[in-house]
Design a protein around this ligand. Structure first.
Ligand SMILES: [Zn+2]
Length: 163
């Protein structure tokens, strides 16, 4: 399955913004990032994949010809996240939380419970019905209390989640 929200902006985050990338993924937004993100790689991914660069680096802003670039002034991830949501008019929605793999940005897919029976602990298997698989890293995700916990966490940081 491809990204189900083709009209949304897609992002690539510089190496200072790993936490922002992770929280964008929590909201189901497409945020490329990895630990070895050099400036040249950042720019190449932005151009090749038509992504917005999110960066904390003043010099990069001055050096690059990439126009789709948003400078992040804030130090803390909740402030950074609020700035990105406001700039691009995005909202966190409950039904999209955890629709992406937090590790690699993969779009996770529903799988049958039986198909992952050997991949999760028996307790988890017994107590959950809906399971999802990341096609990139093969991590198994399940819906559960962590969704409600994440909503409370986000709201504590001033990021509203609509229903
Ligand atoms: Zn993954």
């Amino acid at each position: 399955m491809e990204n189900g929200h083709p009209s949304e902006p897609r992002f690539v985050c510089d190496d200072h913004l790993g936490k922002l990338a992770r929280y964008l993924r929590v909201g189901g937004f497409d945020a490329a990032f990895d630990r070895d993100m050099t400036d040249s790689r950042l720019i190449r991914i932005a151009l090749d994949e038509r992504r917005w660069i999110l960066t904390r680096d003043h010099r990069l802003v001055e050096r690059t010809l990439v126009r789709n670039l948003f400078f992040i002034e804030q130090d803390r991830w909740p402030d950074q996240l609020r700035a990105v949501l406001a700039r691009f008019g995005l909202t966190f929605r409950k039904n999209r939380l955890f629709s992406r793999c937090l590790e690699d940005n993969g779009w996770i897919e529903p799988v049958s419970k039986e198909s992952i029976s050997q991949r999760v602990f028996p307790f988890t298997y017994q107590h959950h019905e809906e399971f999802f698989l990341c096609p990139i890293c093969r991590r198994v995700y399940w819906s559960g209390t962590h969704v409600e916990a994440m909503i409370r966490r986000l709201e504590r940081f001033g990021i509203m989640v609509s229903g």
